[in-house]
Design a protein around this ligand. Structure first.
Ligand SMILES: NC(=O)c1ccc[n+]([C@@H]2O[C@H](COP(=O)([O-])OP(=O)(O)OC[C@H]3O[C@@H](n4cnc5c(N)ncnc54)[C@H](OP(=O)(O)O)[C@@H]3O)[C@@H](O)[C@H]2O)c1
Length: 284
């Protein structure tokens, strides 16, 4: 793992261990955007990736003005494997010491009621693109002898989640991938972190058709994640994800799945009564 002295200021530590350039997917909104803002403030040059070029251009302009850093914009739909390959090729020569793979989306409701294309595209974005990024940058960082890769799991990734089944499965995949890679790459001074939040107040919920009660702020999640990079393998930002993770962790896996179904039931928009019936039948 990259050396980190507690005496070094946090800003200097990140830039020294993971600079000079960070590539951030999902940088147009939410947690990815918050990571971009905080890394620019710490002096990182950035490559911002998402589909919405106008939002990325605006953010790039602001970050250049405010922090004097170099910012490139790469608009791409990462559900498309060719777009991922193009991203890897065009960034090959850049001194990227940190990858923040925040692009992702979820869905809610009964699995069989979801459009298959959207569920499969979710796997392409949340899993396939993440593997491609981790593979190429893992190789490059290993050769360089330092670097960091931040992947996004979730509270729902530690067991099955009724009414968000595919999404939870993608996050279980990412959690497992991050844990394995962290051990493989640690001897090469490359840190791999899984960030596993509970609900965060971003555009994620509306895209997933979800209503969230209490939700962590994306800025707090980003700050916690960046602090944990190089120090932990998994971080659960926010009180809610820690408390829920702790209480669910006490249950056997089957009970955890049902409890997660209850939690999802309270978050699923229109289909909540159907969700409630299904859970009641599963318990009885
Ligand atoms: N919010 C939560 O409650 C929560 C909880 C646990 C884990 N997470 C995870 O944390 C990560 C960040 O989530 P968030 O809350 O910040 O979500 P968000 O606010 O919805 O942001 C998602 C980002 O991903 C980008 N994106 C979506 N589809 C894309 C595609 N096909 N190709 C390229 N980029 C794409 C979006 O930009 P464009 O639309 O411009 O492409 C946006 O920048 C995700 O992996 C999510 O699963 C979120």
């Amino acid at each position: 793992m990259a050396p980190s002295s507690p005496r070094r200021p946090a800003e200097a530590r990140l830039l020294q261990d993971f600079g000079p350039t960070a590539l951030i997917t999902g940088a147009s909104d939410g947690i990815g955007r918050a990571c971009a803002e905080q890394l620019a403030a710490q002096g990182f040059d950035l490559i911002l990736v998402a589909r919405n070029k106008a939002l990325l251009d605006d953010l790039a302009f602001t970050l250049r003005e405010e922090h004097g850093v170099h910012v490139r914009v790469h608009a791409a739909d990462l559900t498309d494997p060719e777009a991922v390959t193009t991203l890897l090729e065009t960034t090959d020569a850049l001194p990227i010491g940190l990858v923040v793979a925040a692009a992702g989306y979820g869905s809610t409701g009964r699995f069989v009621d979801q459009p298959l294309e959207s569920e499969l595209a979710m796997i392409d974005l949340n899993c396939r693109a993440v593997v491609a990024l981790a593979h190429r940058f893992g190789q490059r960082m290993q050769a360089r002898g330092r670097g960091g890769i931040m992947l996004f799991g979730s509270l729902v990734g530690f067991q099955g989640a009724p009414f968000s089944a595919t999404y939870a499965a993608t996050k279980g995949f990412v959690q497992s991938l991050a844990e394995g890679l962290a051990v493989e790459l640690r001897p090469h001074a490359v840190s791999v972190l899984s960030v596993a939040p509970g609900p965060v107040g971003t555009g994620f919920a509306s895209r997933a058709g979800m209503t969230m009660g209490k939700a962590a702020r994306p800025e707090r999640v980003a700050a916690t994640a960046l602090r944990a990079l190089g120090r932990q393998g998994t971080v659960r930002p926010g009180f809610q994800s820690k408390a829920l993770g702790w209480s669910l962790g006490m249950l056997p896996r089957g009970m955890r799945v049902l409890a997660m179904g209850r939690i999802m039931q309270g978050m699923v928009g229109k289909t909540s009564s159907t969700a409630g019936d299904t859970i009641s039948k599963s318990v009885s």
